[in-house]
Design a binder for this molecule. Structure first.
Ligand SMILES: *[C@@H]1O[C@H](CO)[C@@H](O)[C@H](O)[C@H]1NC(C)=O
Ligand SMILES: *[C@@H]1O[C@H](CO)[C@@H](O)[C@H](O)[C@H]1NC(C)=O
Length: 205
């Protein structure tokens, strides 16, 4: 039964993704976004006294991202991820914090995000990852939780950037697509999406 289904599915896959020349296959690239929140009145010296500060800060930011994702579907994933698993880690979010200066602390968040326009989870509305993160910031999600109180009030504006990446074996083309050039009969196409590059490697590129 399963084998039958696979055979039935493969032609659909080909039909969707093969463009132009029959040896050329393109798929959408993975969108990675980075959000940066600055706190310029942080009690930096108190942070060092907080046991497991990094873990607390990461969990708090991850909770904020998941909160946004309940309303706006921002957390992306690999094509094989279920919606539940992409929400669990919000697009494999990486959260780092650094002391920049005397009272200045900065949080960087990097995650695999859905393409804009992102969809509202309940109503038929769309927005962008930047806009909904910004609304969250204004609403206090990076500030009012007990864990982040020590950082004080964040700057009212987020820094934001994005980049597109391909899975191993594919090349980025047209800014945000990945092209895999191979003879179709030599290799099963589906392995194009089987082995995602770990996010840490993605970010090092
Ligand atoms: C900076 O933080 C201190 C407490 O650490 C607070 O009393 C003060 O009002 C804050 N200043 C601003 C401009 O937010
Ligand atoms: C945060 O991002 C900035 C670039 O915007 C980078 O220079 C800095 O090293 C990053 N910090 C951490 C801790 O990842």
């Amino acid at each position: 039964m399963i084998r039958y289904l696979q055979l039935a599915l493969i032609p659909c896959f080909l039909a969707v993704h093969v463009v132009g020349d029959s040896n050329e296959v393109t798929v959408p690239a993975v969108r990675v976004v980075r959000l940066q929140v600055d706190y310029r009145n942080a009690s930096v010296s108190d942070l060092q006294k907080i046991h497991k500060w990094n873990a607390i800060m990461r969990n708090s930011v991850l909770a904020s991202l998941k909160f946004i994702n309940k309303h706006w579907l921002i957390c992306g994933g690999s094509p094989s991820d279920t919606p539940t698993s992409s929400n669990a880690d919000c697009g494999k979010a990486q959260v780092t914090g650094e002391i920049v200066g005397d009272r200045h602390y900065r949080i960087n968040v990097t995650l695999i995000a859905e393409r804009d326009p992102v969809k509202n989870a309940k109503v038929g509305a769309t927005s962008t990852v930047y806009a909904v993160a910004h609304i969250g910031l204004k609403g206090g999600i990076f500030q009012y939780t007990n864990a982040l109180k020590t950082l004080g009030k964040p700057e009212p504006k987020l820094a934001f950037d994005e980049a597109f990446f391909c899975y191993r074996g594919a090349t980025l083309v047209d800014t945000d697509k990945c092209r895999k050039e191979r003879r179709l009969r030599d290799s099963p196409l589906l392995d194009a999406v089987d082995t995602p590059i770990p996010i840490a490697n993605l970010l090092a590129l």
